[in-house]
Design a protein around this ligand. Sequence first.
Ligand SMILES: [Zn+2]
Length: 214
Amino acid sequence: MENMKQALIEAGKNMLGRGLTVETWGNISLRDPQTGYIYLTPSGMNYSLLTEEDVVVFDAAGHHMEGGRRPTIEKDMHLGILANRPDVNAVIHTHPVYSQVFAVLGMPIPAIIDESAQVFGGDVPVAKYGLPGSRELADHVIQALGRENNACLMANHGAVCLGATMEMAFKCCAVLEMTAQIYQMCLQIGTPNLIEAEQIAVMKSLAQNYFNHK
Ligand SMILES: [Zn+2]
């Protein structure tokens, strides 16, 4: 389906335009819920130059279906996440500055503001380090995301954000980076007040049952 390819290309430009990565780093996948096909960004290409021919397509079993380019080096991570999460259709891997500060420190980011309580429903965990493109890294990220988390940090590397749609995955990216920036600033001045777990649970439920309801 050509509109899936266009949606992926738009997402690449969006990721770069929003400052969620630099140059050709980061990568994105989008699943067509009807066919199960997974559309991946190619390896090492400028996002502003992508065309539909550059998009690499795999089926749910990981067989190459379309596209002459090499897929992103993090292909196994994307396919693994999507296989583990039937509730997710869009995966965005970014290298945003403030989130990376905590990824380098190995510090989970708590839900210190209402937006992050609603979107993440708790701490954003840190996946253990693995070399870029390695099976080890893919496994660490899949484990950190589990069945529930919409985002995780990748130690000394970046972040992964998930969504039922590309729009929701971008919302996740925006809230993660905003929370990381506020948390970093708070830690420089004093000790942040945390939102109580019970209140976080109420906001998460409200977001799932009210705000995202379509
Ligand atoms: Zn990366």
